[in-house]
Write a protein that binds this ligand. Structure first.
Ligand code: SF4
Ligand code: SF4
Length: 69
């Protein structure tokens, strides 16, 4: 199984990953904030992730990686 891993400190809340995800399971966090003051992207339902890596490819800040579970 592949899983999406976020480096929250690199995220700038641009939402490109949210828009890129074909399963619509990414969102900008409503309650977390990183040290730069941005709300990081997060996954809402890991079980629906197909490991396509569209999110990681889209992220301009290389904040997302796809790893083997
Ligand atoms: S790997 Fe694909 S399905 Fe999983 S969160 Fe990223 S864009 Fe969505
Ligand atoms: S594309 Fe990258 S920087 Fe933009 S919201 Fe997603 S994780 Fe954050």
């Amino acid at each position: 199984m592949k899983k999406v891993v976020f480096n929250e400190e690199r995220c700038k809340s641009c939402e490109l990953c949210v828009q890129a995800c074909p399963k619509k399971i990414l969102q900008i966090s409503k309650d977390k904030m990183n040290k730069k003051g941005y709300r990081p992207a997060e996954i809402t339902d890991k079980s629906k992730c197909i490991g396509c890596a569209f999110c990681a490819t889209m992220c301009p800040d290389a904040a997302i990686s796809i790893e083997e579970d």
